[in-house]
Design a protein around this ligand. Structure first.
Ligand code: NAD
Length: 259
């Protein structure tokens, strides 16, 4: 029987306070890893910590704003070793190409691009001397192509896909795997914010209908993804089953993207 065992592995998950990051942290813990729950929100993160402790694994909250290099340096040096670094933290900008403020675009790029760059750099600095590590980041199906909405978010996630390839090339000689996941559509707080924008745009206050319509028209399999779908992909990439997989952007999107 094939099983994934991450016993004795130490993992950091950013953005682990809620949504996809929370589930990634829980899933890695269920496979045996001890987890550092990194986020800017202590209150919600402590709930993730408590859930992991109930599973029987060690868990601790560490404050980290992923856009700040010194925070990420402190974070990667906190555990006694670093086997797994999953950078899930990210934000969305629901305004469009013509109506987004420069400050909002800069904040988006700071978190999604500089943040991912900090994650790759700091995790690699820690893992290269160990000659071992697994790094997974969160891109998006939105990063696969431009489109009529979320222009700057799409651009930020396209940058993650590209940076992932370069980070993987730097990591490859050191026995470190670097991959990014492109999730499709998952009903988290991030999507609740996006739906607020749809309400304003369409004048239709029925968020459930807007959600159902968007999922139906966007996803060939006809259903949204779950946080578990994405966490299971991360788990696979962090396991020895994926030892030969690096530099990849893996779509988990019900067929929304074909390349
Ligand atoms: N939900 C989706 O449909 C979807 C689709 C594709 C990609 N993604 C990506 O997946 C990731 C998680 O999305 P989600 O839907 O779970 O979002 P979410 O808003 O539900 O959760 C994001 C988490 O990141 C934390 N965070 C925000 N800024 C941070 C920062 N600067 N430093 C550290 N932590 C920070 C938040 O406190 C929160 O806990 C994001 O990178 C997002 O772009 C989401």
């Amino acid at each position: 029987m094939i099983s994934i065992d991450l016993t004795d592995k130490q993992a950091i998950v950013t953005g682990a306070g809620k949504g996809i990051g929370r589930q990634v942290a829980i899933t890695l813990a269920e496979a045996g890893a001890d987890i550092i729950v990194a986020d800017i929100d202590k209150t919600i993160s402590n709930k993730t910590v408590q859930t992991i402790k109930k599973i029987g694994r060690k868990a601790e909250f560490k404050y980290c704003d992923i856009s700040k290099l010194s925070d990420v340096q402190d974070l990667v040096n906190y555990p006694s070793k670093l086997d797994i670094f999953v950078n899930v933290a990210g934000i969305v900008l629901t305004t469009g190409l013509l109506d987004s403020s420069i400050d909002d675009i800069k904040r988006l790029f700071d978190v999604n691009i500089i943040g991912t760059s900090n994650a790759y750099r700091c995790a690699l600095e820690r893992m290269i001397p160990q000659k071992y590590g697994k790094i997974v980041t969160m891109s998006s199906s939105a990063g696969r192509e431009g489109g009529p909405i979320h222009a700057f978010y799409r651009a930020s996630k396209a940058a993650v896909i590209n940076l992932n390839q370069s980070a993987a090339m730097t990591a490859a000689p050191h026995n470190i795997n670097v991959n990014t996941i492109c999730p499709g559509i998952i009903y988290t707080d991030m999507w609740k914010d996006i739906l607020e924008g749809f309400v304003e745009e369409t004048g239709n206050p029925d968020k459930k209908q807007l959600w159902d319509d968007y999922v139906k028209k966007s996803i060939p399999m006809g259903k949204a993804q779950t946080v578990e779908d994405i966490a299971n992909g991360v788990l696979f990439l962090c396991s020895s089953l994926a030892d030969s997989i690096t530099a990849q952007a893996i779509n988990i999107c019900g067929g929304m993207c074909q390349n």
